[in-house]
Design a protein around this ligand. Structure first.
Ligand code: SME
Length: 159
């Protein structure tokens, strides 16, 4: 049984604990779907104030929904469209304080107010993106971004 209960005093410590837990979950496992599923569950259980967390995979140049937690979501996103598609096309983290102000934002859940999307890259190839939504505007800070990038580095090796 995996029983991760992360109650860190501050955000950097929480992400350090999350990184250790994530590494423990995925280390030695070569199945990408299993690793994405467990990662989504771990983040869902740990991160406060989120309403969706999961993956879109790069399938022949289009983002296709992968394992996630939260409400059912749009299945296919073109590169350059939405927060996820812009992250995929630019290969840059997208940290959006107000999704309604993001020109091509795709509203899968009207409760979402802010969002962070981390591109997952291995050996120069875009594998997919990690997407996290929050019902609170400006939910994701620079500390969240640094933490999520670290989690993305761990994931990129096992997807
Ligand atoms: N909001 C995303 C779409 C995916 S959902 O948030 C799960 C976007 O604009 O790319």
């Amino acid at each position: 049984m995996y029983d991760f209960k992360i109650e860190a005093a501050d955000t950097p410590t929480m992400y350090a604990d999350l990184a250790l837990a994530l590494h423990g979950l995925v280390d030695g496992e070569g199945d990408a779907i299993a690793n994405m599923a467990n990662a989504a569950a771990l983040l869902w259980e740990t991160l406060p104030e989120i309403n969706w967390v999961g993956f879109y995979r790069n399938v022949e140049g289009e983002l296709v929904l992968g394992p996630f937690q939260g409400r059912p979501a749009c299945i296919r996103i073109k590169f350059g469209e939405g927060v996820c598609g812009v992250a995929a096309e630019t290969r840059q983290v997208q940290r959006v304080a107000d999704v309604n102000a993001f020109p091509s934002h795709i509203a899968c859940d009207s409760a979402s107010a802010s969002e962070i999307v981390v591109p997952l890259i291995r050996d120069g190839e875009l594998i997919g993106v990690l997407d996290i939504d929050s019902p609170r505007p400006s939910r994701f800070t620079e500390e969240d971004e640094a933490g999520c990038v670290r989690l993305g580095e761990i994931l990129s090796k096992v997807l």
